[in-house]
Design a protein around this ligand. Structure first.
Ligand SMILES: Cc1cc2nc3c(=O)[nH]c(=O)nc-3n(C[C@H](O)[C@H](O)[C@H](O)COP(=O)(O)OP(=O)(O)OC[C@H]3O[C@@H](n4cnc5c(N)ncnc54)[C@H](O)[C@@H]3O)c2cc1C
Length: 387
């Protein structure tokens, strides 16, 4: 996504010289969000980007894994030989974290690539008993699709609630009920001891029958190929970019899931693994490659998830200590949560309330202070809560 968007943005912003996209996968570049939704259920064949790369003069080198970068020579290493560059944009994304000890065990799946989704389609079609490891975004979306396909679904989560890494306990608590309503069993505080062919064994001895196991326990930046290159990597293995999305090496930029950037708006470094970041970041990268005046990247992060019949959206970034304000009843079908920092909206989570999201995003962007008493009233449009 970020690589494709960078190439397109370079053309849109007037770059006339050669642009080459190098990617390990053999498929035409494609969009990932549909993989856990329409593609998985067979409602869409694929999700290739509707972009005429040839007409745009963008060279595609597919099926080409980059194994290293030599900064002094300005060259990438591939099995097919070196690829020279004047400017390099790192957009290698993220790779799913594997469950230790499951490599080579038949029936264990990840969900990151089109190939993964294609392997999982028959699992859904044949209505296997499925065990999902991890109640994060991917786990929830996969469980949704598997229930829709008629599979029996058990979701195993080591933490005490879904989305433990992303949302505070009281915000995530109502989401646990969504699993049960869909007919999926959510087992929290549950650790996988081992996966055997046909079963998942938990550390409390429980044995869950599993025709297939889908592991969704997070993703980490796909940067192993940069080890020893001299490009600075951060605590999560991500490329450390500056506010202009430049890496520590000259003429090397980094964007999308593989890199973090310092957020001026939130006063901390953000590592964002969401689609919108892979759309917005590339525009800044292209502007900084081509322009004389550096452009800072300081977005209001945004993402969405479709799970258990609900449209979940989030904009901004919250931290411990922000004031949490509820809008609406979390037991209902539509509600939101706002986080206020020093009276201004820092983040909004909207479940089935896209207007809250749209208005909230603008209020965050503008740094508007809100009246918490009005924010709590879901019948008052969020923008009317502005002070
Ligand atoms: C199943 C799924 C569903 C999602 N749904 C949502 C959603 O609903 N909402 C949302 O906001 N976000 C969603 N996301 C997240 C979103 O898709 C990602 O944030 C986005 O794809 C990131 O773009 P990227 O270009 O940084 O990485 P990617 O899209 O992963 O692209 C990186 C590419 O680099 C290639 N690559 C890696 N290393 C090398 C190498 N050494 N040599 C050559 N090529 C290499 C990879 O093969 C890959 O094709 C979803 C992700 C997945 C996996």
């Amino acid at each position: 996504m970020a690589g494709v968007q960078t190439a397109v943005a370079l053309r849109e912003q007037g770059h006339a010289g050669p642009v080459t996209l190098v990617g390990a996968e053999t498929h035409q570049p494609y969009d990932r969000p549909p993989l856990s939704k329409a593609v998985l259920l067979g409602k869409a064949e694929g999700s290739a980007f509707d972009i005429d790369f040839k007409a745009l003069g963008i060279g595609l080198r597919l099926g080409t894994e980059v194994t290293g970068v030599r900064l002094a020579e300005r060259e990438l290493d591939t099995a097919a030989g070196p690829v020279p560059y004047d400017v390099l944009v790192l957009a290698s994304g993220a790779e799913p974290v594997r469950l230790p000890g499951t490599e080579g065990v038949p029936g264990v799946h990840l969900l990151r690539t089109l190939d993964d989704a294609e392997r999982l389609r028959p699992v859904l079609a044949e209505q296997h008993d499925v065990v999902v490891v991890g109640a994060g975004w991917i786990g929830a979306e996969f469980a949704t699709a598997a229930r829709e396909a008629g599979c029996s679904v058990t979701v195993v989560e080591a933490a005490g609630r879904p989305l433990a890494g992303a949302l505070p306990a009281d915000v995530a608590a109502p989401m646990a009920a969504w699993y049960a309503h869909s007919g999926a069993e959510l087992r929290t505080h549950a650790r996988v001891e081992r996966v055997e062919p046909g079963a998942v064994v938990l550390s409390d001895g429980a044995r869950l029958p599993a025709g297939a196991v889908v592991v969704g326990i997070g993703a980490r930046p796909a940067t192993r190929w940069l080890a020893g290159s001299g490009i600075e990597l951060g605590a999560h293995g991500e490329v450390v970019a500056d506010d202009h999305l430049r890496s520590s090496a000259p003429d090397v930029y980094a964007v999308g899931d593989c890199s973090s950037f310092p957020s001026g708006r939130y006063g901390e470094r953000l590592l964002v693994h969401h689609w919108d970041n892979a759309l917005q970041g590339p525009r800044t990268v292209a502007a900084n490659i081509l322009g004389d005046t550096p452009v800072a990247y300081d977005p209001v992060p945004y993402f969405w998830s479709e799970q258990f019949g609900r449209f979940v959206q989030y904009a901004g970034h919250h931290a411990e200590g922000d004031e949490l304000v509820w809008r609406g009843d979390p037991a209902g079908v539509a509600w939101s949560v706002c986080w206020l920092r020093d009276g201004a909206l820092a983040a909004v989570l909207a479940v089935g309330r896209p207007r809250d999201l749209a208005q909230g995003r603008k209020l965050i962007e503008a740094g508007t202070r809100l009246d918490p008493a009005l924010v709590t009233d879901p019948s008052v449009p969020l923008k009317k809560a502005a002070l």
